[in-house]
Design a protein around this ligand. Sequence first.
Ligand code: NA7
Length: 505
Amino acid sequence: MQVYEEAETVGSTWYWNRYPGARCDSEAYIYCFTWDKQLLQEWEWSERYPEQPEILRYLEHVAKRHDLRSNIQFNTRVIGAEFDAVTNLWKVQTDKGEEVTACYVIAAVGPLSYANTPQLNGLEKFNGRFYHTSRFPHAGVDFTNKRVAVVGTGATAVQVVPEIARSATQLTVFQRTANYCVPARNGKVDPDLVKARKADYDGIIKRIRESRGGFEHWPIRKSALQATPEEREREFDRMWDTGGFAFWAGNYQDILISQKANDLCADYIKRKIRERVKDPIVAEKLIPKDHPYGTKRQPLETNYYETFNKDNVLLVDASTDGAIEEITEEGIRAGGKEYEFDIIVFATGFDALTGPLKALNLKGRDGQRLDQAWADGPHTYLGLSIAGFPNLFTITGPQSPSVLSNVPVSIEQHVEWITDCIDNMRKTGKAIIEAAQQAQDEWVARVNQIVNMTLMPRANSWYMGANIADKPRAFLAYLDPLGVGGYRKRCDEVAAKGYSGFTLA
Ligand code: NA7
C-alpha cells in the first residue's frame, strides 16, 4: 500500500486550516478514531471542541503510535490516474514525475479540501496581503494595528471573526448570506463526565454508529407543530443551552421537512440574534431571510453576534449595503463604496465534495474523464464507487452522508467497508469490482428523491453546489431517512448479498 499526501505531514484539514479560532464543531470525545480502544482511554482532550493545533497533535500521535508514516509519501500530489482495461490496473501519476500502478485507488481526498477563492476583479492589484482561511501561513498573521476584511460568513468566518476583532484596529465583515448560528458552548468538560464516557466508550461507539448524524443526539419524535408553544420553547431552550449540534440533530423530527415547523425554529434563533446584537439595523442584517434553518451548514459560534457590538467591527451586507464589486489597490469596493484594508481574509469555503475528486484528473474505462462523467453533478453508487471507474473507492465522497455527519464516524464506516471489500476480493479471487450503471442510476435517483422531500434544495448552499459559479446544482451528500445508521446498514446489506449492484470479475 502506498499513500500519497500533498502536505509535509498527516492531518489534512487540521494541517491546512490554521486560521485563528480554528476548531472542530463536533465534540472531541466522538471526533476521534474509535479503533484504538487504548488511546480512547489514554488521550485527554483539553476542552469540548479542541483547537486545530491540538487535533493535529492527536493525528500526528496516532500516525506515530501505529507507524503509519512509513506508508505515506509526503509532499507529493497525485495529478492523474487512468484505468488500463488491458492490465486491469490503475496508472497513477504524481507531481514528482512518478508513475505507479495499483490494483485499487482509494480517494481519501476529503470533502472540504479544495479551496474556493472567488475570482474577484482586481485581486492582483491589491497592495496588502490576502489569505484563504484553509491555506493560512504557518507562522500565523499578526492583525495588530491592521485594517482587516473577512469575506464570508460561513462556519469558518464565524470562528475567525471574533478572534481577529480582538487585535485588528478595524474589522469589516462582508456578508453575502446571513446564517443561523448556534452557540458552541465550548469549555472544559466536567472530569466526572469524561470518566463516565471513558467507561462507556463501547456504548458510545455503538450509539454514534447507529445514530442519525454520528452524534449522541436523537430527534424529538414529534412534529414541532404538535408541541404547545410552552413545550416548544422549553425544548428549544434546552437545545440552545446544550450547544453544538444538539439544535440541528436533536430537533423536532420535521424541522427539515415542514416549512411551518422550520419557521418556528428559525423564529427562535432570530429572536436570539435580536437580543444579542445591540444595533437593530445590524441585527436585521444578521438575520437570515432567504433559506430555512438547517439547510445550510449550521455554524457554531462563541461571541460571534456580540462581536458586531464592538466599535471596531463593521458589517457590510451584500443585499442592503451592496455586493462586492471589485478588489482595488487599497481594499474592496462594494455597493459603490471603497473600504481600505491592510489584510483580506477569504473565508469563502470550498468546491465541496466533487472539487477535490475532479482535481485528481481521473480517467476510467475508455479514457472517460470524471469531470465529463459528472458534468451535471455527481453520479455514484452508494457514494462509494463510480460506474466506469473500476476498483476506485471514495471515502466520504459525494452521495454519501459525509458532510452531513460527524465526519470521523462516516470515515470509519467507509474505511471498514472498503477494507472488507478488498479482503473479500482477495479471498474470492476476483480482480475487478465496478458499480453497475443501473445500480448507480437508482442510487442517484434515491439521493435526489429523498432530498427533494426536504427543505434542503431551498437554500443556495454548498451542499447544493450553489457556492461555486458554473457548478451544476445538485445535492452533493446523501440524507438517509435513518441517518448514518441506516446508510451503514444499507452498505452492509449490499456486501452481504455478494456486493449486489456491483459487477465482479
Ligand atoms: P462556507 O460555509 O462555504 O462559507 C463560505 C462563505 O463565503 C459563505 O458565507 C459564502 O456566502 C461566502 N462567499 C463565497 N464566495 C463568495 C463571494 N464570491 N463573495 C462573497 N462571499 C462569498 O465555507 P466555510 O469555510 O465557512 O465552511 C465550510 C465547512 O468547513 C464547514 O461547513 C465545516 O464543515 C468545515 P454564501 O453563503 O455562499 O452566500
